[in-house]
Design a protein around this ligand. Structure first.
Ligand code: IPE
Ligand code: IPE
Ligand code: MG
Length: 240
């Protein structure tokens, strides 16, 4: 077998879908699927650096997910708090830097405080750069960025003619991150559901049928290998 020398993905982003269906197929409450999903996040975070991944971004809750039942939304928010409390020290010891992207002002204070605490605790870590998209929506992110750009123009800090692609990137929640190389969506849906629309314009997408609670490290490796066999051209011609 020949050795694949194609570069591995530096920034992998994951739309972790299928928790609810996974639970329903087992006659369980949807929250049981989310709880199992958190175990998978822990495993993938641990494994990622071993596969050359520098940045991992996971979609945990979208700006559209508030439409769900109060039982599910409350359960998810309490699961996020429990995840932060339970994982903080391990993440810190593993040199993981954690950032959150998404809209903060709609989250309850207890969760927001924990998020800020974890970001501060891990802010100097230079291992895996883990980004959790929580109450994240790409259109919401772009709207907030445009508001801030408009304010900067109004205050004379920016000239309209100086606005470039780079300026827009710098005003997004992801300003400090490289664009994703690979976006994975689990559980059979072939859509992006408002995840990183600006940043993903040259990402490779891999859609797989496995539900997120079944997404183990060997599934992860399978997906990384699919990426390595893709030919990324960025508008250029094939290099033979
Ligand atoms: C993804 O799983 C997790 C969140 C959106 C919070 P889902 O809860 O969307 O699971 P399905 O798609 O209903 O199976
Ligand atoms: C996207 O999944 C959001 C997360 C994975 C957090 P959804 O399950 O909410 O997306 P749709 O509704 O199927 O498009
Ligand atoms: Mg879903």
């Amino acid at each position: 077998m020949s050795i694949n020398t194609a570069p591995s993905a530096d920034h992998v982003a994951i739309i972790m879908d299928g928790n609810g269906r996974w639970a329903r197929h087992r006659g369980l409450d949807r929250l049981e699927g989310h709880i199992k999903g958190v175990d998978r996040v822990r495993e993938i975070v641990r494994a990622a650096p071993g596969y050359g991944i520098g940045h991992l971004t996971v979609f945990a809750f979208s700006t559209e997910n508030w439409k769900r039942s109060e039982h599910e939304v409350t359960g998810l928010m309490s699961l996020f708090r429990r995840y932060i409390r339970g994982e903080a020290m391990t993440l810190h010891e593993d040199n993981v830097r954690v950032r959150f992207i998404g809209r903060r002002d709609q989250l309850d204070n207890r969760l927001d405080t924990l998020m800020k605490w974890l970001e501060r605790l891990t802010s100097k870590n230079n291992g895996l750069q883990l980004t959790v998209a929580l109450n994240y929506g790409g259109r919401d992110e772009i709207s907030r960025a445009v508001q801030r750009i408009a304010r900067a123009v109004q205050q004379g800090m920016l000239q309209p003619d100086d606005l470039s692609e780079g300026t827009i990137s710098n005003f997004l929640d992801t300003a400090e991150l490289p664009d994703p190389d690979l976006i994975v969506r689990t559980s059979g849906e072939h859509r992006t559901s408002n995840f990183l629309p600006w940043q993903s314009c040259y990402a490779e997408y891999v859609f797989i049928d496995t539900a997120w609670p079944d997404f183990n490290v060997s599934e992860f490796v399978r997906v990384l290998n699919i990426f390595r066999n893709r030919d990324r051209r960025f508008g250029d011609v094939i290099s033979l």
